[in-house]
Design a protein around this ligand. Structure first.
Ligand code: GUN
Length: 294
């Protein structure tokens, strides 16, 4: 039997309606418009697309985007000075620096310079630590989006065997921390696999919920998935361009074959991707309320 396909696009649309209402209420009751500052250094193609999508989504939800496009050769000192200004600006509630950064800039120093109260990407060590100990902070957007998708799709997570393939700071590690917390849509037994895992298939075959965040096209094949598994595909790999020059994206999962075994599966595009961006908006609204002490 073919899997139930959970649409991130549809779920994100529902959440965007909820957020629009909350934004309108904040404006009506406190005269505050959530502001999101995005900083991009250089002109890496995918990064420009991602930041463009974030700005457009802000506008759709009646939030205020503030875009800072900096030259690739800007010094780390100048970048840190801009971050200090944005940290101090009361009209900026959320602040994110798009990654990757050019090699001459230290990513850790930059992420640590962002105020943890404006760190809507959840990448500051304070927020990373808060996920670990189950304290309220900013969750990174992709793990938060996956959690929300699992919750709204009513996937049974308590005590489930979750296998996360990928150990990045932005997805794998925070997602594992989140899904092992004692909270709804979590409380699972989590295994993280990575490039040095000896027998990946042995782990993936045990999964009730399999989350692929590897960054390699169609790496999870049907023989690695047990019948009835919930499969979440975090990958967005460009495998070519259409005749019109549009990027062709595929996930980390061999969707066509795996959907015949899985109980539930997310597509690429239209799965985790739209959830990530809507969680950024949710975090920005949360930052605006936090600034009010609400
Ligand atoms: N580069 C790729 N994904 C992300 C993200 O979620 N946040 C930031 N800041 N940079 C990224």
């Amino acid at each position: 039997m073919s899997a139930r396909i959970i649409s991130g696009t549809e779920t994100a649309k529902q959440i965007s309606e909820e957020l629009k209402n909350e934004v309108a209420e904040l404006k009506a009751t406190r005269n505050i418009v959530p502001g999101l500052a995005t900083v991009i250094v250089g002109c890496d193609g995918p990064s420009l697309t991602y930041v463009g999508n974030k700005v457009t989504m802000c506008e759709k939800l009646n939030m205020r985007p503030e875009r800072h496009d900096l030259p690739a050769d800007i010094s780390e000192k100048e970048l840190l000075a801009l971050i200090a200004c944005l940290n101090a600006d009361p009209a900026v509630h959320g602040l994110l620096v798009q990654l990757p950064l050019p090699k001459h800039i230290c990513e850790t120093r930059v992420l640590m310079a962002i105020s943890p109260l404006k760190d809507v990407d959840g990448l500051h060590p304070v927020n990373v630590g808060k996920v670990m100990i189950g304290e309220d902070g900013f969750l990174p957007c992709t793990p938060a989006g996956i959690h929300e998708l699992l919750l709204r799709a009513e996937v049974a997570m308590e005590g489930a065997e979750v296998v996360v393939v990928g150990r990045s700071n932005i997805v794998g590690k925070p997602l594992a921390s989140l899904l092992m917390q004692k909270r709804p849509g979590a409380n699972a037994t989590v295994t993280i696999c990575h490039s040095q895992t000896r027998d990946l298939k042995q782990h993936t075959l045990r999964a009730d919920v399999l989350i692929a965040a590897i960054g390699r096209p169609r790496c999870i094949t049907a023989d690695m998935v047990r019948e009835g598994t919930v499969v979440i595909d975090v990958g967005t790999n460009e495998v070519g361009k259409t005749a019109e020059g549009k990027r062709i994206l595929v996930g980390d999962v061999d969707f066509e074959a795996v959907k015949e075994k899985a109980a539930v599966i997310t597509p690429v595009p239209g799965g985790v991707g739209p959830m990530t961006i809507i969680m950024l908006m949710k975090n920005t609204l949360k930052a605006a309320k936090l600034a009010l002490g609400a």
